[in-house]
Each structure stands twice: as structure tokens, then as C-alpha cells.
Design a protein around this ligand. Structure first.
Ligand SMILES: [Cu+2]
Length: 160
């Protein structure tokens, strides 16, 4: 014997199921189309030593033997160092970002790069810029009174 379900209850059951399918599809589509994925890199660092020793003291982009680029970045109140980052287009670029003070964000507008930068950790993300041009970096975690002034620039150059 089939269970009796009222007509409107049946409608709402289908509506709820359709929403679940829709939301799941939205997650899968944006993850695939926008290369969005949860961060997986865990690396710790002594935040008190960041400005004193190591790759973040006077950070500059480094080109690896295979042509890919590694960019160490110090996100601090209220600046990204280096302030202007020059990288080639069409080449994998790995950003390594850490903070000597408080929590910051590191978002490159118009790309899939958007990471949180916590003192004590090195956040890492790799991307390839397809089009040359200027890309704005913003801090999207409130970090203090001049948070809104905290920005940087990636200059993506035509590959040589
Ligand atoms: Cu900040």
C-alpha cells in the first residue's frame, strides 16, 4: 500500500530536493569553471623572525630552473611587500605569503587567487596569468584602521 502524501506536501518535497540538486550543481560548476578549491598547504613560521631572516625579509620574485616563478610576500599593516610584483604571463606563479603582525587577506582581483594570511603560517597558492596587464591585490580581512588602504599590484608581462 502506497503511503499517502498530501499534494502540497509533495510539491514542497520536490521543491526542496530540486534546491539541493541546484545548490550542489552550483558548487561543482564554480569549483570546476573557476578552479576554486580549499587551501591544502600547511607550513608554519616564527612570525617574530619574518622581518629578520629568510625569504620574507626583502622579498623578491625568484625564477626556478623550469621557468616557473616563486614570489614570497610579506603582508603587514598596511602594505604588501614587494608592493609591485612583476611576473610573466603563461607561466605558473606560486605566491608564498605570510604576516608578521595580524590576520590579512590576499586577493588578486579578477583571478582565482584569494587566500587568508595568518601570522605563524605561510599561505601558498599557484596560478597562471593568461593575459598580461595590471592586477590589483587587496587585503580582504579587516586588519586595522588603515585596512582600506592596504593594496598591491601584480604586473603581468608579455613572456620573453
Ligand atoms: Cu591587511
Amino acid at each position: 500500500m502506497a503511503m499517502h502524501v498530501d499534494r502540497y506536501e509533495r510539491y514542497w518535497m520536490w521543491a526542496a530536493t530540486a534546491m539541493l540538486v541546484l545548490f550542489l550543481a552550483a558548487i561543482v560548476i564554480t569549483a570546476v569553471a573557476g578552479s576554486a578549491h580549499p587551501p591544502s598547504h600547511v607550513e608554519t613560521i616564527d612570525p617574530d623572525r619574518v622581518t629578520v631572516e629568510g625569504e620574507f625579509t626583502a622579498p623578491q620574485p625568484v625564477t626556478r630552473p623550469d621557468g616557473s616563478v616563486v614570489v614570497p610576500i610579506r603582508a603587514e599593516m598596511y602594505v604588501f611587500r614587494p608592493e609591485v610584483i612583476r611576473v610573466p604571463a603563461g607561466t605558473p606563479v606560486t605566491f608564498r605569503v605570510t604576516s608578521p603582525d595580524v590576520l590579512h587577506g590576499f586577493q588578486i582581483v579578477g583571478t582565482n587567487v584569494n587566500i587568508t594570511v595568518a601570522p605563524g603560517y605561510v599561505s601558498e597558492v599557484t596560478t597562471t596569468f593568461r593575459r598580461p596587464g595590471d592586477y590589483l591585490i587587496v587585503c580582504n580581512e579587516y586588519c586595522g584602521l588603515a585596512h582600506h588602504l592596504m593594496q598591491g599590484k601584480v604586473v603581468v608581462e608579455e613572456p620573453r
